[in-house]
Each structure stands twice: as C-alpha cells, then as structure tokens.
Design a protein around this ligand. Structure first.
Ligand SMILES: *Cc1c(COP(=O)(O)O)cnc(C)c1O
Length: 384
C-alpha cells in the first residue's frame, strides 16, 4: 500500500515550463522573476511592500532585526508552533518567552497575552515584539492584538507561514494590524518554491531596512551612499547583512503556483469541510471556525476529546503502519531540549502542552481524493 502523506506539493506541466524558461534565460538569480513574484503577492495580500527570501526563517530573522530585536530586548511568541517562530528572536540576541494558546482556536490567547503584559509592565519587562502564529492557516485575532500593541508599545510580527490566502475580517492576512507578516513557500505549504519565504509590510522604512539586510547590507542606490559614487562599479555596505535572496528559478515556480491558488484553496476548503462532516459526533475536538476569519486550511488537526496521550500515540503508530501519513504540529517549543536548557519546563504553558498530547494532523492537500479521506476517517475511529 502506498503511503498517503499529510501533505504533498502539486506540480503541473505549467510549473515545470515556468522554471525551464528561467533556466534558459539570462538570469538565474536577481532577475525579473523575483520582482514579478513580489508584485503578485503584494496584490494578493493587499500590501505595499514585499520581499522574496530564501525561506520564511530568513524572513522572521530579518523582520525581528528590522523591528529592533537585539540584546536587552524581549520577544514573545506561542509555544505551539514550528521552532523557527522562536529561534528568530534568539538569532538577534533577544530574550524569548511564550504566551499560552487558547484551547479552542489553538492560537495565541488574547486573554493570556493581556494578563502577561499587565504583569510584565509591573516588573518593567515588557516585550518589544510579539509573534502571533496563524497555526493551520487560521488567522489570529489581530484587531485585539493590535489594541494591546498600541497600549503597551510592542510591534506585531505575524507568522503567516501557514496562511497564504487566508482572510481576517474580510481582508487578506498581513494587510492590516501587523507591522510585518511572513509567509513560507516550503514544499509542504500552501504554495511552494521548493524553499522560499516572503516578508510583507505597509511600512516603507521597514521594507527598505529588510531589503538592505537581505543582500549583505549593500546598496547601489547613490541617494543612500555616504560617498559620491566614483563610477558604475561602486557600491557601499551600510550594515552587516546576509545573503537571504530567493532565486529566479524559485520565484518562477512561485508565480506559476500562485496563479492556481484560488483553485487549490477551494479544494483544501472543501476537503476540510468534508472532514468536519465525517468526524462530527465522534469525540474528536475539531478545528474552530470563527465567523470573522477564513482559514487557508494548510493543516487539519483533530484532538482526542478524552485527552489520552497513550491512546493518541497508539493510534498514531497504527495509522502510520496502515500507510496514513499522520503528523503532529506541534509539540511545544518550550519543551524542546534546547529551550529546556534556557530554563523552560513542563507546566509553563499548560494549554500548549495539553494540545501537544492529544493532537493529530490528518492528511490534507489539494489532490487528495474522497476515497483517501474516507480511509483516514475509518481508521481514526472515535476520539473519546
Ligand atoms: C514552515 C514554518 C516556518 C519556517 O518556514 P521555512 O520557509 O521552512 O523557513 C516558520 N513558522 C511556521 C509556523 C512554519 O510552519
């Protein structure tokens, strides 16, 4: 029996043609395909500035730097995410801490955030950046987070790695409320460039800062130089930057994939709704669907209603053995060995920990058939 993966990229002949065209052209990198892809994502998400990058981890790193993360500053995110959501703060020398999740949405709890901010204000240890994560593609409650940001003076860096195409209050994620938002185009995500990421913002100064840092801190713009350029060969390094560029090969694949996003998003949504119908009343905790948001449905996660970790693990093993590529997104970051050495431990974020003990990610991708889905549901049985 072939294994049904939890996610699988959808590559068409058009995608292959788009990539081959770049390979036959004059530019493999720093050519027109990257600019075009940046423009298309800007239009889709209603943002003024977009920066294509080697991956979303680079985007999170540059966003943290642009928003002022550094030694002596504090960054908060959620523990129920991929480790990159927290690591980006540590790259900058900032201190990291976590906010617990809301068990219903599995997203950053606004109540927990408000309480933690009030305590941090008393202690004089307010964070300068908060990184909400749109887990599974469901947008966080950005309006509420923005209100707290305005009151306490922190920046909002939205990790929308799962949420390309998702909307919040009728608007694309990343277009309002967040100072910077990032997307991932890793092979398993909504659309792919193999590896790839994007940072988006409405703020021209933040965009310029990230653009400088993504290519060695070098400028070729005479207006920004300290000296009068002596010739066309001249450039200046103004900051300690990196090589975090996306190639034109990747960007061409991204543009080609993006053209199919509406159809792929509709397929994901239909499969997710069908999971909801098939699994109703079987003791599983199903994904929340707040009326003011539309999920990108990157992942479909169910949780055991009986909260039984041993039975979850047993079922997980049985399904893998039966060729169903179930997965877990995510064990809490704060319980990773590296983070335990920083002082975090069990009991710190109880909702994130309980989620990690009872969640299972079911297969979900555009080409998945109803037959595949029926097999998953039959093997899953009851969750309580
Ligand atoms: C995938 C992912 C990232 C990192 O994306 P890359 O493009 O692989 O670097 C960051 N945050 C979350 C929530 C992710 O799922």
């Amino acid at each position: 029996m072939t294994t049904l993966p939890y996610s699988r990229q959808a590559i068409t002949p058009d995608d292959i043609d788009a990539v081959a065209q770049v390979l036959r052209s004059a530019f493999l990198t720093q050519g027109p395909a990257v600019e075009r892809f940046e423009r298309e994502v800007a239009e889709l998400h209603g943002v003024a500035h977009t920066l294509a990058l080697a991956n979303a981890t680079c985007a999170l790193h540059l966003a943290c730097l642009a928003l002022g993360a550094g030694p002596g500053t504090i960054v908060w995110t959620v523990s129920t995410s991929f480790v990159a959501s927290a690591n980006c703060a540590l790259y900058c020398g900032a201190d990291i801490d976590f906010v617990d999740i809301d068990p219903a949405t599995r997203l950053l709890s606004v109540e927990a955030l408000a309480a933690k901010l009030a305590a941090a204000e008393r202690d004089g240890k307010l964070p300068s950046i908060i990184i909400p994560v749109d887990l599974t593609g469901l947008p966080c409650d950005y309006a509420a987070i923005r209100q707290l940001a305005d009151r306490y003076g922190f920046k909002v860096l939205a990790d929308c790695s799962h949420a390309l195409g998702a909307t919040y209050q009728g608007h694309p994620v990343g277009s309002r409320y967040a100072d910077i938002a990032v997307f991932s185009f890793h092979a398993v995500k909504i659309i792919t460039t193999g590896e790839g990421g994007m940072a988006v913002t409405q703020d021209a100064a933040l965009a310029e800062r990230m653009r400088l840092l993504h290519s060695h801190g070098i400028t070729r713009d005479p207006v920004r130089m300290e000296a009068e350029p002596p010739g066309g060969y001249y450039y200046e390094q103004l900051a300690l930057g990196y090589n975090y560029r996306m190639t034109d090969i990747q960007a061409a694949l991204g543009s080609s994939q993006l053209a199919r996003l509406p159809r792929m998003a509709a397929e994901r949504r239909m499969l997710a709704e069908r999971y909801g119908e098939l699994l109703a009343g079987r003791g599983w905790l199903l994904p929340a669907m707040p009326a003011d948001r539309r999920s990108a449905w990157h992942l479909y996660v169910v949780e055991r209603g009986d909260n039984n970790r041993a039975r979850r693990d047993e079922l997980f093993g049985q399904m893998r053995e039966a060729g169903i590529g179930v997965n877990l997104h995510y064990l809490p970051i704060h319980l990773q060995p590296y983070y335990r050495k920083l002082g975090f431990g069990p009991g710190d974020f109880p909702h994130a920990e309980r989620y990690g003990e009872r969640a299972i990610t079911l297969p979900l991708f555009p080409a998945m058939t109803h037959e595949d889905q029926d097999r998953v549901v039959a093997l899953l049985g009851h969750g309580a």
